[in-house]
Design a binder for this molecule. Structure first.
Ligand code: PMP
Length: 388
């Protein structure tokens, strides 16, 4: 008689094979064979010297991708949300003021995170598809006097790339840290952490970098490091611990904090190596050209782009006004079923209003655009108009 009352699950007896798909939604993007192969290398100890060297390579790759010389540059073990919490939890104490710019879902999420740790949160809000002027930001900072201002560079829920020039100086004039989310934009749109006076910048692995989800680059300016708390609200995301783990605190010995996701770091390193080989400026230019080719194709089909201001269109994630009279879910399901291709609907304030097409990293090519346009054309022919 067996001592276990829960039997081995039958489903686990089936061999697992992941479906092959064109990942043309807002992320994750397709992981190319070279990055998959790096992630499949044998696991070594997370504190073996070779691993520490890999972490050092990752740090250099992030410094390049972010255009920063910040020593305090690491990858957190977790997704973009983990990096968001890492930024907020290390820079803000309960009772301190935080201002978030909301032009989509990410400013709302940042506000919720700051509220949960007891910060006094205010938000400036504009319509989905819009962005803020420097004057609006200046006035809001003067009014609310926060210690931290949050802005999303690439608003993946609405398809807006936010201008960044000059905002760092405005924040510093108001004695405030400038925190920027570049999860959906890094590598796909121009971004200069140091030149633009960004104090905390974070991203994710699964978008332009084409690595699997689960690691998130983050960097802190010297000014931001002076805000590190003696005791962060989170042990796992405590930057004094993580700084040591990543060799950023100048101390000779590294102390065990958590077991780094070794395979995910291999893949992240390879993805940063590919970006470095291609060159940031080439990558930015390709994403822009491919996005413009997509925009043209979409408009030629009689569809409309959601972001009216051409300069504010995010080159990585394009938002298309949901075709009137159609059920957007029917369109995305049809395309998945018949073209094996993911595009998605809206998120947060853009739900029901848009279709989102993400072409990031290796997926950013005119051939991918042609596939998306063909799938959309087909879907509009076969899905039922005016059922909604
Ligand atoms: N910020 C932006 C702009 C994003 O697009 C995303 C992912 N869609 C996130 C943050 C959160 O990242 P993750 O899903 O990896 O936690």
């Amino acid at each position: 008689m067996s001592s276990v009352s829960v039997p081995p699950p039958k489903c686990l007896q089936k061999t697992f094979v992941a479906p092959r798909r064109h990942m043309f939604g807002p992320g994750p993007s397709n992981v190319p064979p070279r990055i998959l192969a790096a992630g499949a290398e044998p696991v070594i100890g997370h504190m073996h010297p070779e691993m520490l060297e890999i972490m050092s390579d990752i740090k250099s790759g992030i410094q390049y991708a972010f255009q920063t010389e910040n020593n305090m540059t690491i990858a957190v073990s977790g997704t973009g949300h983990t990096a968001m919490e890492c930024a907020i939890f290390n820079a803000v104490e309960p009772g301190e003021g935080v201002l978030t710019a909301v032009n989509g879902i990410w400013g709302e999420r940042a506000a919720e995170m700051a509220e949960r740790i007891g910060a006094k949160v205010n938000s400036i809000v504009t319509t989905a598809g819009g962005y803020f002027t420097s004057e609006e930001i200046d006035q809001a900072l003067a009014k609310h006097k926060p210690v931290l201002f949050f802005l999303t560079h690439g608003e993946s829920s609405t398809g807006v790339v936010h201008p960044l020039d000059g905002i760092g100086d405005i924040c510093h004039k108001h004695n405030c840290l400038f925190l920027v989310d570049c999860v959906a934009s890094m590598g796909g749109a121009p971004l200069y952490m140091d030149k633009q006076g960004i104090d905390i910048l974070y991203s994710g692995s699964q978008k332009v970098l084409n690595a699997p989800p689960g690691t998130a680059p983050i960097s802190f300016s010297e000014r931001a490091c002076t805000y590190f708390l003696l005791l962060s609200m989170s042990f796992f995301l405590d930057m004094t611990w993580l700084a040591n783990y990543w060799g950023c605190d100048g101390k000779p010995a590294r102390i065990y904090h958590h077991t780094a996701p070794v395979s995910a770091f291999y893949a992240l390193r390879e993805s940063l190596a590919i970006l470095a080989e291609q060159g940031l400026e080439n990558s930015w230019q390709r994403h822009r050209e491919v996005a413009e080719y997509l925009h043209e194709g979409v408009e030629n089909m009689g569809l409309k782009l959601f972001v009216k201001d051409k300069n504010a269109r995010l080159p990585t994630v394009t938002t298309i006004v949901a075709p009137p009279g159609y059920d957007w879910k029917e369109i995305t399901s049809y395309i998945m079923k018949n073209h094996n291709l993911e595009i998605s609907g809206g998120l947060g304030p853009s739900v029901g209003q848009v279709l989102r097409v993400g072409l990031m990293g290796g997926n950013s090519s005119k051939a991918s655009v042609d596939m998306v346009l063909e799938a959309l054309r087909d879907a509009l022919r076969y899905c039922h108009k005016s059922k909604v």
